[in-house]
Each structure stands twice: as structure tokens, then as C-alpha cells.
Design a binder for this molecule. Structure first.
Ligand SMILES: *Cc1c(COP(=O)(O)O)cnc(C)c1O
Length: 382
């Protein structure tokens, strides 16, 4: 039987050697590798500035802190996402105002955004759900009409583009994640990209206690420095950056394999009547193909866990993106009193979908096996 894990970090001798080199040296933080990783990331995405941080969540939090989100402020947040997207707002004392998903792509329903904007709204956040770009032209139209900053959660969107422009460069910032199951990894880690020098400078300072590094490097007596503002310790270290540099050399290949795997699986599954697959609504786009979401129709959806169990027995690692719409997570449900039927589209995605793997540790044969196994299960349940 095949064993197909849902995700697997793609690390080889290159990463190991790079880590050993750091450990054999004397610089673990504030070194040249973080700068090099940032430069490579900026080059790959086409960003003017890239600032490495300790996680995507740290990046989101830093940006809201930079903007000055606080008690009484509201931020538009999609429901179908990782809790981090909403937590970053909460951590600043702000209130996430949730917007349901659209059916076709699973992305935030932009027709509902304007209705949720009030005089308390201070920012709009979007998530490129499973790597499929949000219609950013429409987002930017809404944002400019109300004069709001836009933050793109790009945790699953390395390689995601719309009209040739990389995700994260439409809004004010884009925050990426290098958690192990994402497209590339640094164990833990994140990156903020932006076109604004002002934002890049501010965030660089805030990620390191608010200390002005220029002043530190200019200081005459070592050990003496001043801090003029509050900040975090959200830096990336040299070990993570060393891994990140090696991962960036492979990212194009990773994305190629993901696309090929996705296309094969899509082709095999698209004619099964009992399931639905996401569609695209744009001509000129690139997805990062994070996974293949299969949405089970009625009445098959009632048997989701049964299907997932059989897939697991056949060695296929599956997942759910995301297991619950964020407002239905106990923290948010208890705090704001959301109910199950408040977000019907996202609820359906969370309750009736199965995420199949397409990551680069898998090949075409794996895809054929996954498709054949799923078909077999569905036919048996007919
Ligand atoms: C994984 C993920 C995050 C969190 O990333 P970390 O680097 O673990 O903080 C945030 N948003 C989305 C959409 C994610 O998928």
C-alpha cells in the first residue's frame, strides 16, 4: 500500500549543510543570512521591500500594531481562514468583522464587504484561500473608496499572481508563512512584503523591540542605546534564514510540481457527479495550488468522516481547510455570540469538504492513486 502524507517538508543535504554552517559560525541573530533571504524573497515576488519575521502571525500583528489598531477599531476579516488572521486583530484589541466566503473560489465574498464597513472600520484583510488569488482589483476599489489600508494574508500564496502581480503587492502589505506544511519552510517563520519604504522601516524597527538599528550601528560606545517606542521580539534567526535561502532556490520547482499534481487530480475528479471542485473566475492568474479541495454534495456530504477514514486506511493523508469558520471557534463564538447559520457558505466548506494533497513530495502516480481510491469509495456509497 502507498503512504501519502498530506504534507512533508522538502529538506535535503543543502538545508542541513546550511544549518551546520550557521552553527559552526558565531552569528545566530542579526546576521547576513536574514538579509540575503529577504533579498531573495523580494526578487522572487517583485516586492520593493521584504522583512523577515518569526511567523506569519507575527507579521500580521506587527502590521496592525504599526497601523495603530486598538479598542473600538474594526477590521474586515474573511471567515474561512486560519485563526491567525483574526487573532492578529484581537491581539491589538480590535474587533474582527467577519465576511462569508463565495461559493466559486472559497475566497471572501467581496459583494458583502461594503455592507460591513462602518466608521469604526480601520482596515480590510483578505486571504488567498488555498492559493487562489482574491479579486484584488475589486478589493482595492473598495479600499480606496473608503480610504482603508489592505492587508493580504499570503500564508498559502507564494507564487500566487493576478494579472502578473504577485499576491501581497496589491494591498499595503502581504504576510507569508514558512510553517512546515506551507509551500516552503524555515521550521517557523514569516515574511512581510510591501511597496512602501515607510512601512518596511517601521516594521523592521517594531520586530526588534522598537530599537532603531541605524542608531545602534552608529553608536560610539557599545552597549548603549535608546528606545523611543514599544515593540516586539518577532525577528527571524540565522538558522531559519539559512534554511529559507535553500528553499527559495527550489521554490519554482515546488510550484511546478504542485501545479502538475493539481491538474492531474483535477482532471481525474472533475466528472464525478457527487462532488464539486473550486473554479476560477479570472483569465490571467496563477495559483500556488496549496491542495485540492473536494466539496461533497448532498447526500454524500453526510458521510464525510466515513470517507476520510477509508482514505486514511488506504494510506492517503487528508486534511480540512479550515475545520471551522473562525467565528465558530469557541473563543470568537463565546465573545461575539456568532451562530452556525451566520456564515452559510463557509460553514458548508468547513463541514462538507476534504482537502487532498498535491504537494511536491508526491508524484503523478500518487495523484492517480488518490483519484482512483476516492472514486472507488464514492461508487461503493452510491
Ligand atoms: C498557516 C496560516 C497562518 C499562520 O501562519 P504562521 O506562520 O504559523 O503564523 C496564517 N494565515 C493562514 C491563511 C494560514 O494558512
Amino acid at each position: 500500500m502507498r503512504t501519502i502524507p498530506f504534507g512533508k517538508p522538502m529538506l535535503d543535504e543543502k538545508e542541513k549543510k546550511a544549518v551546520i554552517n550557521v552553527l559552526n559560525g558565531t552569528t545566530l541573530t542579526h546576521g547576513p543570512l536574514v538579509k540575503e533571504f529577504e533579498k531573495m524573497f523580494a526578487l522572487f515576488t517583485g516586492a520593493e521591500y521584504a522583512v523577515a519575521v518569526s511567523s506569519c502571525t507575527a507579521g500580521l500583528h506587527l502590521y496592525y500594531f504599526h497601523v495603530g489598531i486598538g479598542p473600538g477599531d474594526e477590521v474586515i476579516v474573511p471567515v474561512e481562514t486560519h485563526v491567525a488572521t483574526a487573532h492578529a486583530v484581537e491581539l491589538c484589541g480590535g474587533k474582527p468583522v467577519f465576511v462569508d466566503s463565495e461559493n466559486i473560489t472559497g475566497n471572501i465574498d467581496l459583494d458583502q464587504v461594503e455592507k460591513k464597513i462602518t466608521e469604526k472600520t480601520k482596515a480590510i484583510s483578505v486571504v488567498h484561500y488555498l492559493g487562489m488569488p482574491v479579486d484584488m482589483k475589486k478589493v482595492m476599489e473598495i479600499a480606496s473608496k473608503y480610504g482603508l489600508p489592505v492587508i493580504e494574508d499570503c500564508a498559502l500564496a507564494i507564487g500566487t499572481k493576478l494579472n502578473g502581480k504577485h499576491a501581497g503587492l496589491w494591498g499595503d502589505v502581504g504576510c507569508f508563512s514558512f510553517y512546515p506544511v506551507k509551500h516552503i519552510t524555515t521550521a517557523e517563520g514569516g515574511m512581510i512584503i510591501t511597496r512602501s519604504k515607510k512601512i518596511a522601516d517601521s516594521i523592521s524597527k517594531l520586530r526588534a523591540f522598537g530599537i532603531d538599528r541605524n542608531i545602534v550601528s552608529e553608536r560610539k560606545i557599545p552597549g548603549i542605546y535608546d528606545v523611543q517606542e514599544l515593540g516586539f521580539n518577532y525577528r527571524m534567526n540565522e538558522i531559519s534564514a539559512a534554511i529559507g535561502i535553500e528553499q527559495m532556490k527550489k521554490v519554482e520547482d515546488f510550484l511546478e510540481i504542485r501545479k502538475r499534481n493539481y491538474m492531474t487530480l483535477h482532471n481525474e475528479l472533475r466528472n464525478i457527479e457527487e462532488i464539486e471542485l473550486f473554479k476560477t473566475t479570472y483569465d490571467d492568474y496563477k495559483s500556488s495550488y496549496y491542495c485540492m479541495a473536494v466539496i461533497l454534495k448532498e447526500p454524500l456530504c453526510r458521510k464525510r468522516f466515513e470517507i476520510m477514514e477509508v482514505l486514511a486506511q488506504k494510506g492517503i493523508g487528508v486534511s480540512i481547510y479550515y475545520p471551522k469558520p473562525v467565528p465558530l471557534m469557541s473563543y470568537y463564538k463565546n465573545k461575539y455570540g456568532y451562530k452556525e447559520n451566520d456564515f452559510p457558505v463557509a460553514f458548508r466548506l468547513s463541514d462538507f469538504s476534504i482537502a487532498l494533497p498535491v504537494a511536491p513530495h508526491l508524484d503523478q502516480e500518487d495523484m492517480i492513486y488518490i483519484a482512483a481510491t476516492l472514486k472507488e469509495i464514492i461508487i461503493k456509497l452510491r
